[in-house]
Write a protein that binds this ligand. Structure first.
Ligand code: ATP
Length: 309
């Protein structure tokens, strides 16, 4: 018996020949906030669909809270909160009717949590869902999901389209749900500053494959920006690839070579000097730059050093 809230083994799914999940083996431990990132089309939403039993994999296995995703019954579904990026809700219902219905359905319902999230949106209880703006609808669906008191919360780009204040309030409530109620949160997002703030675990997917998993800080520590001054001959992208390990991205700015490097090793500076650098220095990068550099390397249409001058 393991304690993974999500466990996939060699999970594959292709849509008419297009590989969305490619032999994906992923184990997410119980507790904390897990953020899944990846370029557009990396397979994040597809993974969620398979996990929740909305789509069938071609091969491999997927389990949520220890149960095969193909056999999730009502009792198990009640332990999982899910918010999709469209924030699908019954448009004909009034906000108060929807909240009352959910309160009856979920024994762990927290009215306080519901109000805590919803207060940041200008939503009147008597309004119909159809009358709400997109952001307000997102606010209602997020308030409902957090108030359900789920054991596992799966969120597909939950803050897309929210303004800064609403986003912050939602993230605070999310953290509190995870800390106070012990809920495990699994969510995908393209917003790194948000992930930096809330995530305990960073999962990077690329074209249906798991590329990296660690705490965000650990990932950042493995990526560095090197700035080197080559006074005579600027090395080409090909030179760099051949002689330096882990170069993700190269740019020449004001005559200085900027390299984003993953696992460059202790002697990276010495290697730069051997290639003719007069001086060089390394500095840390933000999560945004680290992840984007990492993903740019394998991005469709981009060569490994696509940003090279
Ligand atoms: N119903 C479908 N029919 C055909 N192809 C699909 C379908 N759904 C997804 N795909 C393809 O599967 C791949 C993975 O899509 P998915 O929506 O899972 O990516 P994603 O990581 O969630 O992307 P984004 O960040 O853009 O939301 C993409 O190449 C997409 O074009």
């Amino acid at each position: 018996m393991n304690d993974y809230v999500i466990h996939t083994e060699a999970l594959s799914l292709s849509y008419r020949g297009k590989q969305a999940l490619d032999n994906l083996s992923l184990r997410l431990a119980r507790g904390g906030v897990h953020a899944i990132v990846g370029a557009n089309g990396a397979g994040k939403s597809t993974l969620f669909r398979v996990l929740l039993g909305f789509a069938c994999a071609d091969s491999g296995s997927a389990a949520v809270l220890g149960c095969d995703s193909r056999a999730l019954g009502p009792a198990l579904r009640a332990r999982i909160g899910f918010v999709n990026e469209e924030h699908t809700l019954p448009t004909w219902m009034r906000v108060e009717e929807l909240a009352a219905m959910q309160r009856r359905l979920y024994p762990g319902w927290s009215q306080e949590r519901y109000r805590q999230v919803l207060v940041n949106f200008n939503v009147a209880d008597r309004q119909k869902i159809a009358e709400l703006s997109r952001g307000e609808r997102a606010g209602v669906s997020l308030a409902l999901a957090l108030a359900q008191g789920p054991e596992l919360l799966i969120l597909d780009e939950p803050t897309l389209g929210l303004d800064v204040v609403a986003k912050r309030a939602f993230l605070d409530a999310l953290l509190q749900t995870s800390l106070d109620d012990g809920a495990t949160v699994v969510y995908c997002s393209h917003q790194m500053e948000e992930i930096e703030r809330v995530a305990d675990n960073l999962v990077i997917m690329e074209r249906g494959v798991l590329r990296h998993m660690s705490p965000p800080g650990e990932f950042c520590e493995r990526v560095a920006l090197w700035i080197a001054d080559f006074p005579f001959r600027q090395p080409s992208s090909a030179d760099l690839s051949a002689h330096l390990p882990g170069v993700l991205e190269m740019r020449v700015i004001d005559g200085l070579t900027h390299l984003v490097v993953f696992d460059g090793g202790e002697d990276f500076g010495a290697r730069l000097r051997l290639m003719g650098a007069r001086s060089c220095q390394s500095m840390p990068v933000s999560l945004d730059r680290a992840v984007n550099g990492f993903l740019a390397r394998g991005h469709a249409g981009a060569s490994p050093l696509s940003a090279a001058a």
